[in-house]
Design a protein around this ligand. Structure first.
Ligand code: ATP
Ligand code: MG
Ligand code: MG
Ligand code: MG
Length: 569
């Protein structure tokens, strides 16, 4: 590819609305452009990287025995009604209707569609087990799209679904998929961890998430320093011993706002403590910009109807102490701005029933590692109920019994589930078993965030000059940078000749044939992260040599012109 005939689209300035390094670099390197919130156009070099991820994913899926197919993005609502998710999913499910007013959804995932396919096409035990997959656009109307393609509203996922007649058979495929995922992340050169995941609302028994380690990650994951136990924070918290939680809740006391200290006094007066399993949580106040004051929550035990809460809401903002007096259990919770959570929510939003589906937000002290997470409301009841309040902090004993927990940040790039019969039962998907009787299918599902991986890889592979692609991901393998080409007779000829030879040898080469200053060209190639740059300059040509620069190591190597192609290939 010649840059003069390409869209490099590199930017000198860092776009101000990009918060994390991968988002900044994807914009600056000309990989993506924003169309609207959470919607991105992939430019040619970005698309090449995306395709590289897809290639590795497809190869490993095929190797693991999965079969590729492709299902529609637009899905009829009746399938979602059958599975019960039309009502459960909430506003993340983008709903549309056609010209005849028939309701549809833009697929955030494809369990319903694949189960419908399988119940129609697979009739006999002889056709099982089977694993089907696709690489397809997913649509989720995320409450907070951010970080570019990391949390987009339209993104590429590889989703696979397996169907079995027994739990054992499902377990065997699940293991194979787990291994395939490890192979994929290994080949992509990512520092990743598989962690045990909470199956939460999806149900089922076994689940793992795959996280790419990165400070900017939206998730917390807990590792034991004394074993290979690793879990996402929700799972670690669900298993944490009660004493740990009680101990951790003490740390909340270190966080004192005027309100919190007043509540502390109240607690002392009434002799109450933060408690697990509380029934109603009422949130008032919010964190201010400079994180000096956290959001404060009152956790009130006992049942309060929605109407009662609404009636009290306005009062509450102005006189939290009045309500506090009535509460038999009170806790003060701070949360920092920027954490996905009740920050910025105020009472009118909280008491609006639609806000209740904001799931699993994090609320915690203005200190890393001291957050309550998994705070959630059950939206199917008229009262707000707190599903659970848990916390785990660094240094807690590991639930596995060995070692203490370390907590790190991660980006969820993959998620696998043993679903069991959840969908086959609700959608009546069975086959004729060996005994001649109808048998329900047992199911697994396996997702990879293909487009998110591109951003996650950049989080781990960058420096002050730009991206440093792992080989498998790089948009080009080699860049040819001729210096001051227009001032020389020999340089254009040699650059051209080498370009053609590399192309013939099957190397994906980018020939920077722009009439730009060498500095501009070097900067662009470094920003884009091309692993090798071949520099052609007058002085080295006098010795019949060209210079090869390694982007990752920064090392330079002189090569004889006639050996350059054989040495590099
Ligand atoms: P998250 O917790 O980040 O919202 P999720 O648990 O909702 O992700 P899954 O339903 O497990 O996502 O989907 C499988 C994979 O799809 C995720 O592991 C992630 O890599 C990717 N993914 C999910 N949502 C998005 C998104 N909005 N943008 C890009 N990739 C996404
Ligand atoms: Mg999600
Ligand atoms: Mg998740
Ligand atoms: Mg997930």
């Amino acid at each position: 590819m010649r840059t003069s005939q390409y869209i490099l689209a590199t930017l000198k300035e860092t776009p101000s609305d990009a918060e994390i390094i991968s988002h900044q670099l994807m914009l600056r390197a000309g990989m993506i452009r924003k169309l609207a919130s959470g919607l991105y156009t992939w430019l040619p070099s970005g698309l090449k990287v995306l395709r590289n991820v897809e290639k590795v994913v497809r190869e490993e899926m095929d190797k693991a025995g999965a079969i590729e197919m492709l299902m529609p993005v637009i899905q009829p609502a009746d399938l979602w009604q059958e599975s019960g998710r039309w009502d459960q999913f909430g506003p993340e499910l983008l709903r549309i209707s056609d010209r005849n007013n028939r309701p549809f959804a833009l697929g955030p995932t494809h369990e319903e569609v694949i189960t419908d396919f399988v119940r129609k096409e697979i009739n006999s035990y002889k056709q099982l087990p089977i694993t089907l997959y696709q690489v397809q656009t997913k649509v989720r109307d995320e409450v907070r799209p951010r970080f570019g393609v990391m949390r987009a509203r339209e993104f590429t996922m590889k989703d696979a679904y397996s169907f079995h007649l027994s739990e054992d058979c499902l377990s065997a495929t699940y293991e194979r998929m787990h291994q395939a995922y490890c192979n994929i992340f290994e080949r992509l050169g990512l520092d990743y961890r598989p962690v045990i995941a909470d199956t939460g609302s999806i149900g089922g028994s076994v689940s793992h998430e795959f996280h790419v380690l990165a400070e900017s990650g939206e998730d917390a994951i807990a590792f034991s320093d004394g074993s290979d136990y690793a879990a996402n924070i929700e799972k670690a918290e669900a298993l944490a011993p009660t004493e740990t939680r009680a101990e951790a809740s003490k740390t909340l006391n270190t966080f004192a706002t005027p309100e919190a200290s007043t509540i502390e006094q109240l607690k002392a007066k009434h002799g109450v403590k933060p408690h697990r399993g509380v029934k109603t949580i009422i949130v008032y106040g919010a964190a201010d910009e400079n994180e000096q004051r956290g959001l404060v929550a009152l956790v009130v035990r006992g049942d309060h109807s929605l109407n009662e809460l609404k009636a009290q809401a306005h009062e509450l903002v102005h006189s939290p102490l009045e309500l506090a007096k009535e509460a038999d259990i009170i806790a003060a919770i701070g949360a920092k701005p920027g954490s996905l959570g009740p920050v910025g929510l105020n009472i009118p939003v909280i008491v609006d029933h639609s806000a209740a589906i904001m799931a699993d937000f994090v609320a915690g002290a203005n200190k890393d590692g001291e957050h309550y997470s998994g705070v959630n409301w059950d939206r199917d009841v008229t009262d707000f109920t707190v599903a659970d309040i848990r916390n785990v902090v660094e240094g807690d004993p590991s639930p596995c019994g060995k070692g203490v927990l370390q907590i790190m940040r991660g980006v969820e790039v993959g998620h696998i589930f043993q679903l069991g019969t959840k969908y086959s039962e609700s959608m009546n998907a069975g086959v004729l078993g060996e005994n001649g009787k109808n048998q329900m299918l047992t199911m697994g599902c396996y997702g990879i965030g293909v487009s998110r991986i591109v951003a996650a890889a950049i989080e781990q592979n960058n420096d002050d000059y730009g991206i440093k692609w792992p080989t498998a991901l790089a948009p080009f393998t080699l860049a040819i940078v001729p210096m001051n080409m227009h001032k020389s007779h020999r340089i254009p000829d040699i650059a051209d000749k080498l370009y053609n030879e590399f192309k013939a040898a099957g190397i994906d080469v980018l020939f920077d044939d722009r009439k730009e200053r060498p500095g501009v060209m070097f900067n662009d190639m470094e920003l884009l992260g091309v692993p090798y740059t071949l520099v052609i300059g007058e002085r080295n040509l006098d010795n019949n040599q060209v210079e090869l620069k390694n982007r990752r190591t920064g090392k330079k190597l002189m090569l004889d012109i006639d050996q350059a192609v054989t040495e590099i290939c």
